[in-house]
Design a protein. Structure first.
Length: 633
């Protein structure tokens, strides 16, 4: 029975994260309970028992007592419920009842608590809100990557690769016995293309020494030692060793301290255990090409659009490594945004070198996700152009030429033209400051369906090339207009509330019913946009100038509204998690990551989305009450 329980537990989080011995010990303390349909496992308001439950077969509903009775969740095979005793020794806030004849695993709290304290992945799972029977208490979401990797305090906006990237130091290591002639070792190094060979009694044994190309040149070619002497005559010993999981920065420091060009990776980092890998200074040089700061410098130095495209591809490879290693998504987004900004700036510079000085000061405005510094993957281009002064046909023609040049360069780098024409190449969105003010004034004073839609796109503008002060001037004007038109934000709110979160899904996600993405879940529309829209509306209501990023907007709102601090902080973390999910699916499927197959979501991702939907619902309720959108027809 214990083996059967362990085998079942292993299929589902968080038990899949346990070591085999820990899993079996836990399984030995699990009991099996068969319950007929209609059995109440616990009731709302009662004190929790010293156990919680996992569904082996059947289904269990959790609901709030009425009247009316409100369904909270439906748990099926592999789902946990009643975990409140793990969180707090307080009364259950919901009732759990078997919907059909079911088989449950009953897990003692005392058996699970040690793993909650000692295993970060187990803690992450429960912290993500997997707490049926506790529906009214907001379930805090973990920071992206926090459980997988300890947070590193940072002050710079760009995470340097040196500080975060773990070297892949498990590559094949060339070894030879101590009695091997130098000539034979050199032949083997040449044939295999290795720059070093480790002297050891056998594969996986402790290193005795190391020979490198440098040793062959300085010790043998110079005639100091003969090619037929044993490798022990010229090997460096003891070998400088490090443990697996070393970062680029740590490897660099060790090489500088030890004055060596190779580090031998052993099982525990000491010379007394077996060799598992090697790190050379050449490896570090190769990795440095993936340093975001280096990439940005390369972009600003190149005149080749093809080279920019290659750099952007390398940036995506780096992003994938960061996501695998649990680097905080806000740092990853900042890195990708900075590299894309550098490409835009360089494309503008190259056009100015060809076309000469512009007729007016101007600002290139990034819109949408790039305007919010949230564009991890290469989605559609969204941008506009703002130039100083009044409308002038000649000036507009010149700037439309600039727009065409930059847009074509971005397309060559993999950013497709926006099918809706939200582009600086569109004369409608290549305007003077006076015209932009007039456009914004019409949208705010005479809101209709189109102007509301355009507002959600254009009000996230950010100047990332040209005269930034022009964009600030436009922002000040916009907020002045908003202060005079109190009815605009309720209209914006009504639009934002048109896509409520799908709180009612249980076994299946709300998926597209037709079209190219039939049976896929629209992560952007149903999860991300509601958070983006809410942050924008609340930021506009507080007249916060110069902050477009959704997470930063929520953190600023948490400062401005202490009574809603917890909700806003949770919203910021929720949006980071969604960015990470979209990026991972986009990289996996080589697309934008917007539409995902629900079957590809694991239980942690499903439950995390449920928790996010609950937070979105609370945010939308706040919007509805604050801006009285229900009164707008």
């Amino acid at each position: 029975m214990v083996e059967g329980v362990a085998e079942f537990l292993l299929r589902f989080p968080p038990f899949e994260f346990l070591e085999p011995a820990d899993l079996r010990a836990l399984a030995a303390r699990v009991s099996v309970r068969q319950v007929p349909a209609g059995t109440v496992l616990f009731r709302q308001g009662t004190q929790p028992a010293d156990e919680f439950y996992m569904v082996r077969q059947g289904t269990v509903s959790t609901y709030l007592e009425g009247p009316p009775r409100l369904l909270v969740d439906v748990c099926d095979e592999g789902d946990l419920f009643g975990v409140r005793p793990l969180i707090a020794r307080e009364a259950y806030l919901a009732t759990a009842e078997a919907k059909e004849d079911s088989v449950l695993y009953v897990i003692p709290v005392a058996a699970a608590e040690p793993h909650l304290r000692s295993n970060p992945k187990v803690a992450l799972y429960f912290a993500a809100g997997f707490a049926s029977g506790r529906p009214q208490q907001r379930r805090r979401l973990p920071g992206s990557g926090e459980a997988a990797r300890p947070a590193r305090p940072r002050t710079d906006p760009l995470p340097l690769l040196n500080d975060t990237v773990i070297l892949d130091a498990t590559k094949t290591v060339l070894t030879c016995p101590p009695v091997t002639p130098i000539r034979a070792a050199a032949v083997e190094m040449t044939a295999r293309g290795f720059g070093s060979i480790v002297v050891a009694d056998g594969p996986g044994t402790p290193p005795l020494g190391i020979i490198t190309d440098r040793d062959l040149r300085s010790q043998v070619v110079t005639g100091r030692f003969g090619a037929d002497e044993p490798v022990t005559a010229i090997m460096s010993s003891p070998v400088k060793t490090v443990q697996p999981g070393i970062t680029v920065a740590e490897a660099m420091i060790q090489m500088m301290k030890q004055k060596v060009h190779h580090l031998c990776v052993t099982r525990d980092g000491t010379p007394g255990t077996g060799v598992v890998g090697m790190v050379s200074d050449h490896d570090l040089l190769l990795v440095q090409g993936f340093n975001p700061a280096v990439m940005i410098k390369e972009v600003h130095r190149t005149s080749s659009v093809d080279q920019m495209a290659r750099i952007r591809l390398r940036a995506e490879e780096l992003m994938e490594k960061h996501l695998e290693q649990g680097v905080r998504i806000s740092h990853v987004a900042g890195m990708m945004g900075a590299i894309t900004d550098a490409i835009v700036q360089r494309l503008v510079e190259l056009h100015l070198e060809r076309a000469g000085a512009p007729p007016r000061d101007f600002a290139w405005l990034s819109l949408g996700s790039q305007g919010r510094e949230e564009q991890l993957l290469r989605t559609d281009q969204d941008h506009a152009l703002l130039y100083a002064g009044e409308a002038d046909p000649g000036a507009r023609a010149w700037f439309l030429g600039l727009a065409e040049s930059v847009s074509s360069g971005l397309e060559a780098c993999g950013f497709q033209a926006d099918p809706a024409g939200i582009s600086a190449t569109n004369p409608e969105w290549c305007l003077s400051l006076a015209d932009w003010k007039g456009t914004f004034r019409r949208w705010v004073r005479q809101p209709d369906e189109r102007s509301i839609l355009l507002s959600t796109i254009f009000f996230d503008y950010r100047a990332n090339a040209g005269a930034v002060e022009l964009a600030l001037d436009l922002s000040r004007y916009l907020y002045d207009e908003l202060s005079k038109a109190s009815f605009f934000l309720p209209f914006l709110t009504k639009s934002a509330l048109s896509t409520p979160p799908p709180l009612s899904f249980f076994r299946n996600f709300v998926v597209e019913s037709n079209g190219d993405h039939k049976d896929q879940f629209d992560l952007k529309l149903r999860a991300m946009l509601p958070l983006v829209d809410t942050a924008r509306i609340l930021t506009l209501s507080h007249a916060v100038v110069g902050e477009n990023n959704t997470c930063k907007r929520y953190r600023k709102l948490a400062e401005l509204e202490p009574t809603n601090r917890e909700l806003f902080e949770e919203a910021a973390v929720a949006y980071e998690i969604l960015l990470g999910i979209r990026a991972r699916f986009g990289l996996r499927n080589r697309n934008s990551g917007r539409y995902i197959d629900p079957d590809e979501l694991n239980k942690i991702e499903r439950q995390t989305l449920r928790t996010i939907f609950a937070a979105v619902k609370e945010l939308q309720d706040l919007l509805s009450v604050r801006f009285q959108s229900d009164f707008i027809r």
